[in-house]
Design a protein around this ligand. Structure first.
Ligand SMILES: [Fe+2]
Length: 383
């Protein structure tokens, strides 16, 4: 079967590499640059050094500091407007998935006519390349730093979706694990499970390929080993570095293989209840793996093997159940919140199942009905 390998995003990886942002922007010829981040990152003081470093090299800087979680289209348009008024020649995101996705689309709007709604979803108009784009993640999970996708909330419908286009990719991704050291345990858990889901869904996707399998398996292995360590001791730079690397690998894996049921549920719960993305994707991932196992016997064995499970001579159904148990155990160990923990009632599961039929569910190796989703959510309800 033919497949795409689109690993096109150059990466500068390593502790303190974010302090080379100015130098790299200068090399790209940038003189006027828009920085995009949220209030949390601002309060943590993370952009200060990076921006000062750029200004010291003579780069004129402009700021958009109001990125919102599950970025609504109107905040992306407000961000783009600042860049257009300032006639910037570069855009830099500092933050998690919401900041990077806001910057990706705001950058695209520097050279493509509004409204943004034209570009959401599949089959939009052809796009022109944006300005130079540098993405600096401060979490380890989203993978947005190396993907060609952005997820934006449509304020008219409340649905999450977005353009997927190689023109959305970063000119350069700067992955500096030091920036993730201050992440609190709950965000470390949520974003780390996002990386796990990207990898596990990619490896079991109907669009998996030999390259995404190799990369996805390594990402799963690293998350299982280092996520609990990063939560136990946030200052453990080795664990943080491995998680940054795992998130990048998982991003490469799912960019081509695409995610499936976990992210369909994740997008629905994000839009309905603003449950953090990685938490929403991960709270039923074990049950999802068990559900898809019969349709991807090789894929589920790869996930199991990467998780350190011994599956020789074991039936596919049993392997699915073992992966489910191991994922539930991981979720408990890292303190990932369940649907019950979020105060949601079992009576609300029906609507969640209905809304989860949208999104990348089509890439599930096993056909999924609303009843199937209801079964998955019911089993996962209280962890
Ligand atoms: Fe994700």
């Amino acid at each position: 079967m033919p497949y795409n390998i689109n690993h096109l995003t150059p990466v500068l990886f390593g502790p303190n590499m974010s302090l080379r942002t100015g130098m790299r922007l200068k090399e790209m010829g940038c003189k006027r640059v828009l920085f995009v981040y949220d209030q949390g990152i601002k309060k943590a003081g993370i952009p200060d050094k990076i921006i000062a470093n750029c200004e010291a090299l003579g780069i004129k800087t402009f700021l958009f500091e109001d990125v919102q979680a599950d970025p609504p289209d109107y905040t992306v348009e407000a961000c783009a407007e600042i860049g257009l008024k300032a006639k910037v020649d570069g855009v830099v995101a500092i933050g998690g998935g919401s900041s990077m996705d806001t910057a990706k689309v705001a950058n695209m709007l520097q050279t493509n006519p509004p409204p943004l709604s034209r570009y959401l979803g599949f089959g939009g108009p052809p796009m022109k390349p944006g300005k130079k784009l540098v993405l600096i993640p401060t979490t380890s999970g989203t993978g947005s730093e190396v993907t060609n996708m952005a997820v934006i909330t449509n304020s008219q419908t409340g649905n999450k979706g977005g353009p997927a286009n190689n023109l959305l990719r970063a000119t350069l991704s700067i992955i500096d694990p030091v920036l993730t050291v201050g992440m609190p345990p709950s965000i470390t858990a949520d974003t780390g499970m996002d990386a796990y889901c990207h990898a596990a869904e990619a490896v079991t996707s109907g669009q998996a390929n030999p390259m995404s399998d190799i990369i996805g398996m390594e990402a799963i292995k690293l998350v299982c080993e280092y996520l609990p360590q990063a939560i136990k001791d946030g200052k453990n730079l080795e664990a943080r570095t491995k998680m940054s690397f795992a998130a990048m690998l998982a991003g490469y894996a799912f960019n081509d293989a695409i995610t499936h049921i976990g992210h369909s549920i994740g997008h629905a719960l994000g839009a309905m209840y603003h449950i953090p993305h990685g938490n929403a994707c991960g709270l039923a991932i074990g049950e999802i793996m068990e559900f898809v196992a019969p349709s991807t016997p090789d894929g589920i064995r790869r996930v199991a093997t990467a998780m350190g499970l011994s599956v020789n001579g074991t039936s596919t159904e049993k392997v699915g159940a073992m992966v489910c148990d191991a994922a539930r155990k991981l979720n408990k160990e890292i303190g990932l919140k369940t649907l019950k923990d979020h105060g949601l009632k079992r009576e609300q599961l029906d609507e969640m199942a209905e809304r989860s039929l949208a999104g990348p569910v089509m890439f599930s190796p096993r056909k999924v009905t609303k009843e199937d989703l209801l079964g998955i959510l019911s089993k996962a309800y209280d962890g």
